[in-house]
Ligand binder design. Sequence first.
Ligand SMILES: C[S@@+](CC[C@H](N)C(=O)[O-])C[C@H]1O[C@@H](n2cnc3c(N)ncnc32)[C@H](O)[C@@H]1O
Length: 206
Amino acid sequence: MSQNDLQDHWQKVYSGKSETELTWFEDKPETSLSLIAQCAKPSDRIIDVGGGASRLADELLILGFSDVSVLDVSEQALLQSQQRLGKRAKDVHWLVADITKWQPSRKYTLWHDRAVFHFLTQENQRQAYIDVLSQAVAPNGTVIIATFALDGPEKCSGLEVVRYSPKTLDAVLGNNFKLIESKQQHHQTPKGGTQFFQYSKFIKQT
Ligand SMILES: C[S@@+](CC[C@H](N)C(=O)[O-])C[C@H]1O[C@@H](n2cnc3c(N)ncnc32)[C@H](O)[C@@H]1O
């Protein structure tokens, strides 16, 4: 998919539906929050990659995190979050970018990605993501990546995905990221379906 097609696809997704109708919608992203709470402190620099209209940023602000960034290829998705947050939207750094082409200008202590990496079906896309990840995360920083699990759906939003276990994701990220924890999630979609996710937490080594 070209850069324009990618952006068009996600702009249409978020223009056509409200956040609560999307299969990946979570009223409160409990699994992410529990993994973040174990290792982060409010002064940490956190980025939610492909954050879309997720309510993770809202919850992080409530918990007192003062340096929260949300990046997404769809400006429409970020607008939904900004409207929901109202005055608090100014407390978040909003970044519109394709993560595989993004050039980070600072280092983050915590990188969170729920359901973005699994869309990268080509080796060169995954390598580009890992290059950006390596540049953007500070040494000893934390990386949380959630994808569909091996028994999760084969597609999301009409697009093919690659499914992972913590072990296969660890192998793809390579030696610079040490797997320290993983969790499974049985996500309930708004229409009552169940999707199996895996969440893996890594520490960047250098
Ligand atoms: C399945 S949604 C998950 C959204 C959010 N993380 C959540 O859990 O609610 C995938 C998100 O990734 C974004 N996305 C897809 N490909 C991307 C890319 N290459 N760079 C940045 N964002 C991307 C989409 O716009 C969408 O918001």
